[in-house]
Design a binder for this molecule. Structure first.
Ligand code: KG4
Ligand code: ZN
Length: 355
């Protein structure tokens, strides 16, 4: 079964064709990073306009690259939330339009759930064996908008163990990069500079690391970097990057490994933009080897936002239930596995004075 996926929840316009929920036939991602860089963050109005300009061409490219013309597509899926409202609308309505015109099922997908199950995906020419027995697993979704530790026993059966109580880890990377005068997005820049720095040169706090729960907090760390920079006018930016990064990575890896122990699972995975971080991958790989845990790291192009993960999850959703109604609305603030009931259609309010 071939599913066309569409993803426009934030600043990536993406379309993909995935076969049987696992095999990626195409995955086209149009990044808007250059558009938003001058503003130091995503500007929602610009993002939605760019999605509108790009979506048709990106869908066409995904179909062509996947050698899957519209007639061969069995279902179409799009992210319905969480994300930027005006961006979500572009992808969701595109997918609905395609479903109507082709007369095929439409599926709305929760973006966070798609990240969670993205280790199931197999890249062209990739090894399929890793995704046979994924469950039970603990998984970290760590991106610019979210930091969530989840426990999953099967597709669609998961619980949140913990999440950030303030900033997401990627947000902390981006904000600290801004303090250091580095370009947006800050994560890759900090990662690059940190390689030439000393991770133990500055003692930054490991917030909530010793807390018995699984929640995270990164806003105190960002403030600690700000105060440190005010007090220390001369510094090696590489050392600040390495020390800050080490503090984030210690907490992410520490909590993920402890969750694996306490939930008694043998499989650990990570997805989302921050999981590309080289120090995070290095430390998590070493720790998993030490503990005898199997680690599934999503390949870098599938860590950041992409439509392949949307198309993949849609396959399992269709296997487990009915397609969605075309009345499914966007849900910008939905959490992981939130309810996705279509909102009731409201009757127009009577005009004033005519009651
Ligand atoms: O998953 P993603 O593309 O978008 C969201 O859904 O948020 O993640 C983007 C985030 C940004 O905050 C970016 O700075 C961060 O991922 N990021 C990194 C790295 N590459 C991207 N953070 C740390 N190290 C990296 N190498
Ligand atoms: Zn994402």
């Amino acid at each position: 079964m071939k599913i066309l996926g569409v993803e426009t929840s934030c600043d990536e316009t993406s379309a993909a064709v995935v076969a049987d929920g696992r095999r990626i036939l195409s995955n086209v991602v149009g990044s808007q990073v250059d558009l938003h860089r001058p503003y130091g963050g995503v500007v929602p109005e610009l993002a939605s306009r760019r999605h509108l300009e790009l979506i048709e061409a990106i869908v066409a490219e995904a179909l062509q690259e996947g050698s899957a013309p519209f007639e061969q597509i069995d279902a179409v899926a799009a992210t319905y939330g969480p994300g930027l409202a005006t961006s979500l609308l572009i992808g969701l309505n595109t997918a609905k339009g395609i479903a109507v015109s082709l007369g095929i099922p439409f599926v709305g997908i929760n973006h966070l759930e798609a990240h969670l199950y993205s280790p199931l995906l197999i890249e062209p020419g990739g090894d399929a064996s890793h995704s046979e027995d994924l469950f039970p697993m603990v998984s970290l979704i760590v991106s610019g908008g979210h930091t969530i530790l989840a426990y999953a026993t099967a597709i669609g059966h998961h619980e949140i163990l913990g999440q950030t109580v303030d900033d997401a880890a990627g947000e902390a990377f981006d904000k600290v990069a801004k303090l250091l005068g580095l370009p947006y997005p800050g994560g890759p820049e900090i990662d690059r500079l940190a390689r030439a720095g000393h991770p133990s040169s500055i003692e930054f706090p490991r917030s909530m690391l010793d807390d018995p729960g699984y929640n995270f907090s990164f806003s105190g760390l960002k403030t600690a970097v700000l105060y440190w920079l005010r007090k220390n006018r001369t510094h090696r930016v590489e050392d600040v990057c390495a020390s800050f990064q080490e503090a984030v990575v210690d907490v992410l890896v520490g909590k993920l490994i402890r969750a694996a122990e306490e939930k008694d699972v043998r499989t650990v995975s990570a997805s989302g933009g921050v999981s590309i971080n080289s120090r995070f991958r290095e430390q998590l790989t070493a720790e998993c080897q030490r503990q005898g845990l199997r680690l599934l790291l999503v390949p870098a192009p599938l860590c950041t936002d992409n439509a392949a993960m949307i198309a993949a999850l849609a396959f399992y959703k269709l296997q487990q239930g009915e397609p969605d109604s075309l009345g499914l609305d966007i849900a910008p603030s939905d959490g992981l596995g939130g309810k996705r009931f279509p909102r009731p259609v409201r009757q127009p309010a009577p005009a004033r004075g005519k009651l």
